[in-house]
Design a protein around this ligand. Structure first.
Ligand code: GLY
Length: 392
């Protein structure tokens, strides 16, 4: 190469680097974050197979654990892809979200699980919200029809699990599946879905909470009398402890019930749960896996509980004039922690999952201190809610 050509090449490289630097400088912190999430989640997309599976967690036994249509977490990756589409506007995410939503359509007929809201509303629900395509709507209505087959009018709740020794187990997590039922009543004009949701929320409010407004994980009912028989834990430390993700499900569930009904009793419960969480959270607002875990601070954290809590608190801050600031501060603090390198994975690591340090089922030593797809889903949702609040 001649000396002239080398000089020209050097000049071009210098100009290109300057241009790239200027682009970087011009990005707001929010834009930089979204660009990094985009890059990281593209790695996640690259490990998402074509077949009927999506990544669930990593590392579990040094591997990526996958979720099939039988897994309660299968709707989160498509849901996260819809959120990435919403955050970036990039058609690549719409295409990926569409493909990964459609592969789980068969879930709509599953009568043996209560997790249908998680599985279908997070994927098809966001798909319909963002595209208005009628076919998505039909699947969600069919799924709602399936879900209400699990409702027992004597108990007044949807049955959660079909496994175990319990007569009629209802878990606090089940509050999350009600959102799809409220939606189904709105779009069909048939109140039956909403009636099931309200009954479930009321009976759970009655029986799942302790005086300090922490909640039990599992309440099992007598199907003859409709009364509670047992109050226990399954994924928490003990029957009397406050399993962190359970508290987050309750907070999110009752905040959503208030949005859908405007019934003040739900707002009251949601605020009391929020107060329990804020009062008992550690400094960085990311809870340990159970608020009563015996070896705190030497216990695994649960970033998923924090992400769900942040998303719920952003919403709740819009309903409570009195506590608005405190809920916003808590939610912003959670997001600040999750955005930091302590919880957010370095680009190109963690198999493309966004967050580290979630805990699935500590008593079974399953998915302890790992990346989990629902942590990423609620983290993205919380970021969108934060962005919407800040741009209002
Ligand atoms: N719904 C199950 C869990 O939160 O782990």
């Amino acid at each position: 190469m001649t000396k002239m050509k080398i000089q020209n090449l050097t000049l071009i490289i210098a100009l290109l680097s300057l241009f790239a630097c200027q682009n970087q400088v011009q990005m707001t912190p929010q834009e930089k974050l979204i660009s990094e999430l985009d890059e990281q989640f593209t790695h996640f997309l690259s490990i998402t197979p074509e077949g009927k599976e999506v990544p669930r967690s990593y590392p579990e036994n040094n591997q990526i654990r996958m979720a099939s249509p039988k897994d309660w977490t299968c709707g989160f990756p498509p849901g996260s892809m819809w959120y990435m589409y919403e955050l970036t506007g990039d058609e690549k995410w719409k295409e990926a979200a569409t493909k990964n939503t459609l592969k789980f359509e068969e879930v709509k007929n599953r009568t043996n699980t209560h997790d249908l809201g998680f599985m279908i509303y997070c994927s098809y629900g966001n798909a319909y919200r963002l595209t208005n395509i009628e076919a998505y709507k039909d699947v969600i209505i069919e799924t709602s029809e399936t879900l209400i087959t699990r409702f027992n009018p004597t108990v007044g709740c949807i049955r959660s699990w079909d496994f175990g020794e319990w007569q009629y187990p209802v878990i606090i997590d089940n509050m999350m599946n009600l959102e799809m039922l409220f939606w189904a009543s709105k779009v069909t004009g048939n109140s039956k879905y909403k009636e099931v949701a309200i009954s479930h929320a009321d009976v759970t409010m009655e029986n799942h909470f302790r005086e300090d407004m922490s909640s039990f994980h599992v309440v099992s009912y007598d199907t003859i009398t409709g009364k509670p028989l047992e109050k226990q834990t399954h994924q928490g430390y003990s029957d009397d402890s406050a399993w962190s993700r359970g508290q987050a499900w309750g907070l999110y569930g009752y905040t959503m019930c208030y949005r859908e009904t405007k019934d003040e009793k739900y707002l009251d419960v949601a605020q009391k749960i929020a107060d329990f969480i804020i009062k008992n959270a550690p400094e960085d607002m990311i809870p340990f896996w159970d608020y009563n875990a015996p070896e705190i601070p030497n216990e695994p954290k649960d970033a998923s509980a924090a992400a769900i809590t942040a998303s719920a608190l952003f919403e709740l801050s819009g309903y409570s004039a009195e506590n608005k600031e405190s809920y916003l501060n808590a939610a912003n603090k959670i997001i600040e922690s999750l955005n930091s390198e302590k919880y957010r994975a370095k680009i190109g690591t963690n198999k493309g999952f966004l967050l580290e340090h979630s805990t699935g089922h500590k008593p079974k030593e399953s998915e302890v201190d790992v990346a989990i797809n629902y942590a990423d889903y609620y983290y993205l949702e919380a970021l969108l809610r934060q962005k919407n609040i800040n741009t209002k």
